[in-house]
Write a protein that binds this ligand. Sequence first.
Ligand code: SF4
Length: 434
Amino acid sequence: MAAPRSPSAPAPREERGPLGAARRWPEVVSSGTEVAATEPVAERLARYIRSGTLSLAALPPLSLYVHLPWCLKKCPYCDFNSHEARGEPDQSRYLDALNADLEAALPFIWGRRVHTIFIGGGTPSLFTPASIERLIGDIRARLPLEPMCEITLEANPGTFERERFHGYRAAGVTRLSIGVQSFDDAKLAALGRVHDAAQARAAVEEARAAFETFNIDLMYALPGQTMPEFEADLAAALAFAPPHLSVYHLTLEPNTVFAKFPPALPDDDTAFEMLDLITARTAAAGMERYEVSAFARAGHRCEHNWNYWQFGDYLGIGAGAHSKISFPHRVVRQTRFREPAQYMARALAGAAIASDEEVPRDQLPFEFMLNATRLREGFELARFTERTGLSLAALTPGLDAAERQGLIARDFTRVWPTERGFDFLSDLQALFLP
Ligand code: SF4
C-alpha cells in the first residue's frame, strides 16, 4: 500500500465526473493525439468513425453536461473552471454559444437519446429561471430525451432570491444540487463562501418545498474543524432528511489560493474519524453509501453520475467542458475552450472544441476502473468488454493483484470493492494504470 487509507480519495465534488477526472489524473487526458481546434466537423467525424483496433458491440447510454462558468466570487480552494462574474454575465449570448456548440456536436451523437442532463458550474443559479427554461427548450429542440430524463441544476445559497427554485422547477429542472459545504458561519467564512449558515438553511428549505429530490453538498476536514464542529454540521444536514447527500474532503489543489497560503487542516486521524462518522450517521438515517462519497435514500441516486461511474458517455458543452464519446472502434475525449469569452467567440463560429484525443487502448482498463471502483456494488464483468471493446484479459492482472491484497471481491459475473478497497481506493485504482 502506498499509504494508509486516504480520506482524500473521494475528493471531487459530487457532480464533477468529467472535470474531476481530468484534474486528478492529468496523465490520462494529456496523452493521445491533439488536433487543431480548427478541424472541420466532417473531417473530425470521419476520423472518429474510421476503423480501428477496438470493437464496441453497443454504444453506452449518453448524458449531457452543460457548464455555466460564472460565480459571484472565486473560492480560495476551488480549481474548477469558474470565473468571477464582473458585472452581469451576458446570459443571452452565452446561451447562443451553447446552442451553436450543441448544433456543431450533433453529428458526433447522431440518433442517440439523452438519459440525463446536468447543468453545473460555476454557479448555474446565477442564471435566471427564464434563461434555464430557454436552455432546456433549446436542448429539447435538438436532442431526443428519454422519458423522465433527470435534469439536475447546481445552485449556491446566497445567489438567488425566494421563489427562484420554483422557477427552475417550472422550467423543467427535476433535481437540485445545493452547494452548502457547511452550516457553520465561521467555517463558511474560512472557505471564502459568499453565503452564511442562515442562507444555507433557507436554500435547503426552499429546495425541499420545490423539488421531490435534491442533493446537499457538504465538506469535511475544513480549516481548524474539530470533531464536535463537524458532528454538528452533519447533524444539521441530516435534519433536513435530504434524499441525497454528497460529502467530500477538502483538499488543497494546485493553482488555488489555499495551495499558496495553506490553512491549518485537521490531521489524517481526525479526517478518518469524520469519515467513519459520516458512514455511521448516514446509515442510521436510512441512506445508502452507494458511491464512495455519495449517500442516497432508495430511489434517489444521481442518475447522471451513475452513468459516469458506469463508464457511460457524456457530451459536455460550455466553457472548459469535457466529453467522452464512444464510437464503434474508439473512445474519444474532447475539451471545450476554457475561458468564457474565448469559448463564446469560438462556439458562435462553430468551433468550440479546443482539443480532442482518442483514449489509447492501454489506458482504457484504468479509465474504466477509475469510475467503476467508486461504486459500492461494483460492475458486471460483461460491462467492461461492452464499454471498452477490450477482452477481459486486459483486466485480469489488475484484478488478480487487487484480490490478493483484499481490495476487491468477485464472483463469475461481478467485481466489487471490499471495505478495504473503498478505504484504499487510490491504491486499488493504481493497480490498473498502464
Ligand atoms: S462557488 Fe463553487 S465553482 Fe464557484 S468558485 Fe466556489 S467552489 Fe468554485
